[in-house]
Design a protein around this ligand. Structure first.
Ligand code: PLP
Length: 402
C-alpha cells in the first residue's frame, strides 16, 4: 500500500485509524490455497484475527470457511452470509449451553476435552464432531501464543488417546475430523510434518474420519529482516506427506487449515498521530494519540511492529521511544530508529491486520478507532469511530441513595 493512500485515508477518516488492504488479503489467501496440491482442501479463516463484517464477506467471496472460537463469532459469521456447514467452532473451556447453541445453529463442532466428548456421546450421538488433539510439540517463539506444549489448556492430550477411543466406541460417536493447532510462529516445515505424522497415527484409529485439520501457526515477518513461512515450499513438502498418507489409507481425506495471521497481518496498517515530542535526560519520547487500548501486542506479547513516519519519510533518522497516552507504561517501541518525528506527524504501524483491532479496549474511557478497507484503490469506512455515547450505551441510569 502506498503512503499516499494511507495519508489520504487518515485525512478523510481521522486518527487513530486502522486500514486494511483487501487486495493484499486476497493475494495472501490465494497464495495460501494454491500452495497445497491435494485433491480436497478446505481453509477456514480464523476470524478472531480480524472480524469486521466486510472482512468476513471478503473471505466468503474467496471461498473460505470460518474458524470461530466463540458462539458470538459463529453468529457474526452467519450474519456475514457463511453457511453453518462452512463454520468450524473450535472453542475452549466453554459452557455446555454454548455447545448446545452451536448444535442448534448447525455448525461443525470441534471438541477439546473428554468431558464434552462424553456429553456429546450421551446426549447427541447423531451429531458429527471433530476432536482437537494436543500433540505436545513445543512450537512457536512466544510462550503466550504457543498452545501445543505440555501444560497447554488446549486440546485433548495425545496420551489420552486410549480414553478417547474408549468413549468414542462405547457411545458410538461419529468423529469426522481430527484437529491440531500447535500455536503461532512456526517457521519450520519439519515441525509441522512431525505433528502431522503424530496426527496421522491418530486418524488411523477412527475409520469415520474424513477431515484432517492442521490448524495454523504460519509465521509472518514483523521486522523487515524477519523470515516468514515460505508457504510454497511448505505446501509442497506438506502436500507430499499428506498425499502419501491418503494413498497408504486408500482414502481421500480433506486437508484443512485455519490461518488467521498469515492472511491478514500484513494487510493491516495502524495510523496514529504524534501528540508530543518529549525530551528527557535519557531519551526522546514520541507520545502518540493512542495506547495499548488500541494496539496491545507490543505490551502483551512483547511483539515488534515496524513503525514509519508517513509525514516525513525522508527526514533525518533519529532514535525514539514510542509511547502511548494511556496512564500506564505503554511502550510501543524502545530505541527505535525513525525519520525525524515532529508534532502532528502521522506514524504507521505495519502488520496491524491480525490481533490488533480485535484486541482493542476502552481502557481510559477512550473510544476505539475507526476502520477502513481499501478495495482496488477505493476506501470504505467499515467501522466508524466510537463516541462517548457508545461508551455509555450499556451503563444504566440508576438512582441510588448513597
Ligand atoms: C487463533 C487460532 C488460529 C489462527 O492462528 P494464527 O496464528 O493467527 O494463524 C487457528 N486455529 C485456532 C484453533 C485458533 O485458536
Amino acid at each position: 500500500m502506498k503512503n499516499e493512500a494511507l495519508i489520504s485515508a487518515a485525512k478523510t477518516h481521522g486518527s487513530p485509524l486502522y486500514i486494511y488492504d483487501a487486495d493484499q488479503i486476497k493475494a495472501n489467501y490465494e497464495q495460501f490455497t494454491e500452495a497445497f496440491k491435494v485433491e480436497k482442501l478446505k481453509v477456514h479463516y480464523a476470524c478472531k484475527a480480524l472480524n469486521n463484517q466486510a472482512v468476513l464477506k471478503l473471505f466468503k467471496s474467496l471461498g473460505a470457511g470460518l474458524d470461530c472460537v466463540s458462539i458470538q463469532e459463529v453468529q457474526l459469521g452467519l450474519k456475514a452470509g457463511f453457511q453453518a456447514k462452512d463454520i468450524l467452532f473450535t472453542p475452549n473451556n466453554i459452557s455446555t449451553e454454548e455447545y448446545e447453541e452451536a448444535i442448534t445453529l448447525g455448525v461443525k463442532i470441534n471438541i477439546d476435552n473428554l468431558y464434552t466428548l462424553e456429553y456429546f456421546g450421551m446426549n447427541h450421538p447423531d451429531i458429527p464432531v471433530y476432536i482437537r488433539i494436543n500433540p505436545h510439540l513445543m512450537a512457536g517463539g512466544n510462550h503466550h501464543i504457543s498452545v501445543g506444549h505440555i501444560d497447554s489448556k488446549f486440546g485433548i492430550s495425545i496420551h489420552q488417546l486410549p480414553n478417547i477411543e474408549r468413549i468414542v466406541q462405547k457411545l458410538n460417536i461419529h468423529v469426522t475430523g481430527i484437529h491440531v493447532h500447535t500455536g503461532s510462529d512456526i517457521l519450520d516445515a519439519d515441525v509441522f510434518i512431525k505433528a502431522a505424522e503424530l496426527l496421522f497415527s491418530v486418524v488411523e484409529r477412527f475409520h469415520t474420519v474424513t477431515h484432517i485439520d492442521f490448524g495454523s501457526g504460519f509465521k509472518v515477518a514483523y521486522r523487515p529482516e524477519d523470515l516468514h513461512t515460505d508457504i510454497d515450499a511448505f505446501g509442497k513438502k506438506f502436500s507430499e506427506a499428506f498425499n502419501d498418507f491418503c494413498e497408504k489409507q486408500k482414502k481421500t481425506y480433506t486437508l484443512e487449515f485455519e490461518p488467521g495471521k498469515y492472511v491478514v497481518s500484513n494487510a493491516g496498517y495502524f495510523i496514529t498521530k504524534s501528540n508530543l515530542i518529549k525530551q528527557t535526560t535519557s531519551c526522546t519520547f514520541v507520545g502518540l494519540d493512542t495506547g495499548f487500548n488500541h494496539l496491545i501486542r507490543p505490551m502483551f506479547y512483547n511483539a515488534y511492529h515496524h513503525i514509519e513516519n508517513l509525514s516525513n519519510p525522508a527526514g533525518e533518522k533519529k532514535v525514539y521511544n514510542v509511547v502511548g497516552y494511556v496512564c500506564e507504561t505503554d511502550s510501543f517501541a524502545l530505541d527505535r530508529i525513525i525519520s525525524e518525528v515532529r508534532k502532528g506527524d502521522l506514524l504507521v504501524f505495519k502488520n496491524a491486520g491480525a490481533y490488533c483491532a480485535t484486541m482493542a479496549s476502552n481502557y481510559n474511557s477512550r473510544p476505539r478507532p475507526a476502520e477502513v478497507m481499501i478495495v482496488e484503490g477505493k476506501d470504505y469506512l467499515i467501522k466508524r469511530r466510537e463516541t462517548l455515547e457508545d461508551l455509555m450505551r450499556t451503563q444504566m441510569e440508576v438512582e441510588i441513595n448513597y
